[in-house]
Each structure stands twice: as structure tokens, then as C-alpha cells.
Ligand binder design. Structure first.
Ligand SMILES: [Fe+2]
Length: 437
């Protein structure tokens, strides 16, 4: 079955599955067509300024009060929420991991969530968590919503299908999806095993960065974001809905599917984006800009220019700068960086950072190219070079990222990561030429 999408970022969308099921010219008629219930889903306070005011009107078979009964506690001990400080005894450092292992037991998308870091405070609606999901089983009668934040999903292995109350998103590695806070969904696996990364954003919603002097085009373009058309099921059999709420999980039994929205309109909706449509901008003579030039989406904090989260990619691109050290320079940052690799090789690391792997460079901890990468970039003849077959990304936040016990004790953590810089030689010998022997 092919699912269809509507183009645009943050548009006021409208979509209906049955002719005439979406009211026109009003939101809440006395009796909506088809006997549907009208319901508003708000993603911003009612009085938020127009540019950040987000809500959608859903026309559904049953109102959401019928999709929850009495809750009881549920347990997903590997999905952590900030603040989660002092969870382990591992000393401070720069860390890197090989991929999180696939599960051997039957595991769905929710049970397969493994938190690596948390940052900020969910109770203050600021900060984020970085997770890896691994799954080998579809959610069939199980559904989920997250009251703690929106979910940015970055698949690395296998295709999946996000069956949400506002439509279906099919997603494969190379694409990303964003599911708004509160959206009910289940995850079906298209492939037998899946793995990927998730950024859980406790703060203000992800949006497109301002382009400044770049102008009206390039980087991510609005038309390449796709929001699903309405889709519903009429399923009158026992189902469950699990809720993540302030770090705890609660489950409720219901007698039908909550995915019953026949039509909807509004600007609070899930979307997906193909990273191959990102048009990178960079240096065309010498030096290179800060990595913020590769920002796909940014979640602002209350302080201008200081993101709660930047989602940044390192896509295929031409390197042409003259007399320039082309990889990322050595640096220490106030922002904290969680990196993953979807496929290929990252240009600052010759080895050790593999697809599905993770690196964590936290608040003010030094990092940069490994010794072989530095050597190569310092000596190579600077012809135009296509950096190809690569897609790394970064979840960057203004808050320090607290490692979880799971991340600290994960068997794929590379205990020797910092050795990648041990062969960097002293080149200073008091002469302007330096010692390049
Ligand atoms: Fe960095």
C-alpha cells in the first residue's frame, strides 16, 4: 500500500479520507459529518505568537477520552529521562561506541529504546535525551504517546512504518521523521531488524534555522518536508496505549484502535525529510564555516542563537578550499555533541567510528581529527575532492549530556578511544617551517 504526503514545513495542512469528512469554514460544527467527534490537539499555548502557534483539529470516530481508561504503571527501565545524574561511576571523558547490539528477545520500538545521554530537565521543558532504538517486532495492538517531548527519529538499519493518528510515515535510512509531543502512534517494521537514533526534545519544537545572508534557498528547503495524509483504521478489538509522562510510563487497556482520525487540518503534525535533499553550503576559496552551516533543524531555547538542540548533518559534498586544513579543526565547545553515523565514513576520523556507532564530546572537552586524519589532511595535495558515501549527524545541545548507566556499561564502548590522538606529534621546533619530518 502506498501512503501519500503533503509538502511543506509548518504549513496549515488539510486532509480527509472520506469525501466531506473535513468541515469547511469552521472547526466545530454542531454535528460533524459521518458522526465524527471534533477534537483540538494543541502543541503551543493558545496565546503563543502566530509564528510559533501550533494546533490541529482532528475529526475522529471516538474522542481521545475514550482512548484512555485507568492507567497502571509500566516499566521501560532503559528509557531514561533528565535529570538523570550520577547514574554510573565512569570517569569524565570523550567516549565512542561501536553499534548498540540488536536484541535477541522479541523487542518492539518502545521496549527497544536504549538511552545513551540525557540533558536539561524534563520538568522545566528544556533539554533532550539521545537514544538508540533496536527492534525486531512490530507493534500490533500496542500504541504509544510521549508527553515529555517530540521525537526526532534517524534510522540507521532497516525501514519502518510510523502509523500515527494523523497518517502513516514510511521511513528508511537516509530519511528522518519528527513526531510531535502527544501524537499517538505505533511502529511497524518493514525489515526484520531495525536500528537508529532518536533525539527526544523536551523543549520548544524543532524548526528550520534562519538562513541569514544565505538567502531564501539552500540547506533544507521547506517543500522537501512531507506530512502524511489522513489515514484511519476501524478496529474494535482489545488494544493498549502506553504513555511516557515526566519520565514514567503508564499503560491503559482500551477496546479499539486509537488510530481513528478520519480527517484533520492544522499545523501541528508529524513529518519526514529525506537528507539527500539537503543542499549544503560551504567554503569556495579557503577555511570553512562552523558546522552550524549544516543545521537541518533547530530547537530554540529562550536565549537567542543558543539552541536547546541543533540537528546537524555531514552530507556528501565537494571540498575545494585552497591552503586549508579541510577536516573539522580541533575544538572545545560550550555546546555538547552526540554524533552518529548513518553510513560511510566521517571525514575527521580515519577509523573507529563505524556506521551505527556513537561518539560523545561533552561540554568543553577537547576533540578533533584523529592522528591519521590530521597527517593526511596536513600533507594531501589540495585538489577538489568529492566527499562521497557518507552521512554523519549530530544532536548538539546547550546542556551538558549526562551519560546513562546503560551507555557507560555498554560492551561496545571503545575503552581506547582517546588513543586516537596519542600519535599527534609535536611539530613546533622554533622555526617558521616547523618539523614535518
Ligand atoms: Fe565537535
Amino acid at each position: 500500500m502506498a501512503f501519500s504526503y503533503m509538502p511543506g514545513f509548518g504549513n496549515d495542512f488539510e486532509t480527509e479520507t472520506l469525501l466531506g469528512s473535513l468541515p469547511q469554514g469552521r472547526n466545530s460544527p454542531q454535528r460533524p459529518a459521518y458522526g465524527l467527534y471534533a477534537e483540538q490537539l494543541s502543541g503551543s499555548p493558545f496565546t503563543a505568537p502566530r509564528g510559533t502557534n501550533e494546533r490541529s483539529w482532528l475529526y475522529r470516530i471516538r474522542p481521545s477520552v475514550k482512548h484512555t481508561g485507568r492507567f497502571k504503571a509500566a516499566s521501560y527501565p532503559l528509557w531514561k529521562t533528565a535529570p538523570n545524574v550520577g547514574d554510573h561511576e565512569l570517569a569524565l571523558g570523550q567516549y565512542r561506541w561501536n553499534p548498540v547490539p540488536m536484541p535477541k528477545e522479541p523487542t518492539d520500538f518502545i521496549a527497544g529504546m536504549r538511552s545513551i545521554t540525557t540533558a536539561g530537565d524534563v520538568l522545566g521543558q528544556s533539554g533532550m535525551a539521545a537514544h538508540v532504538y533496536v527492534a525486531n517486532r512490530s507493534m500490533v495492538d500496542d500504541h504509544f504517546f510521549n508527553a515529555d517531548g517530540e521525537l526526532l527519529i534517524v534510522p540507521q538499519v532497516g525501514a519502518l512504518r510510523f502509523v500515527t493518528e494523523m497518517g502513516v510515515i514510511e521511513l528508511r535510512p537516509g530519511e528522518i521523521a519528527v513526531l510531535p509531543r502527544g501524537l499517538v502512534f505505533k511502529v511497524e517494521l518493514v525489515d526484520a531488524e531495525v536500528r537508529g537514533y532518536v533525539c527526544e526534545n523536551y523543549g520548544a519544537k524543532l524548526t528550520m534555522p534562519d538562513r541569514g545572508p544565505i538567502g531564501a534557498n539552500c540547506l533544507a528547503n521547506p517543500r522537501d518536508f512531507k506530512t502524511p495524509c489522513a489515514w484511519f483504521e476501524e478496529k474494535e478489538t482489545p488494544c493498549r496505549l502506553t504513555v511516557k509522562w515526566c519520565g514514567n510510563f503508564h499503560v491503559t487497556e482500551i477496546g479499539h484502535s486509537p488510530l481513528d482520525v478520519v480527517a484533520w487540518h492544522g499545523n501541528y503534525a508529524p513529518y519526514k525529510y529525506d537528507l539527500a535533499t539537503f543542499s549544503p553550503v560551504g567554503a569556495i576559496l579557503f577555511d570553512h564555516p562552523d558546522p552550524s552551516i549544516f543545521t537541518v533543524l533547530t530547537a530554540p531555547s529562550g536565549e537567542e542563537g543558543t539552541a536547546n538542540i541543533d540537528f546537524v548533518i555531514f552530507p556528501p559534498r565537494w571540498l575545494v578550499a585552497e591552503d586549508t586544513f579541510r577536516p573539522p579543526w580541533y575544538h572545545r565547545n560550550i555546546m555538547s555533541e552526540f554524533m552518529g553515523l548513518i553510513h560511510g565514513q566521517y571525514d575527521a576520523k580515519e577509523e573507529g567510528f563505524v556506521p551505527g556507532g556513537i561518539s560523545l564530546h561533552n561540554l568543553m572537552l577537547a576533540h578533533g581529527p584523529d592522528a591519521p586524519g590530521f597527517e593526511k589532511a596536513s600533507r594531501v595535495e589540495l585538489k577538489p575532492v568529492k566527499l562521497d558515501n557518507t552521512m554523519a549527524f549530530m544532536f548538539e545541545t546547550r546542556f551538558p549530556q549526562m551519560l546513562t548507566r546503560y551507555g557507560a556499561e555498554l560492551e561496545t564502548r571503545q575503552d581506547n578511544y582517546i588513543d586516537c590522538w596519542s600519535d599527534l606529534k609535536k611539530r613546533f621546533n622554533g622555526t617558521p617551517e616547523g618539523d614535518w619530518s
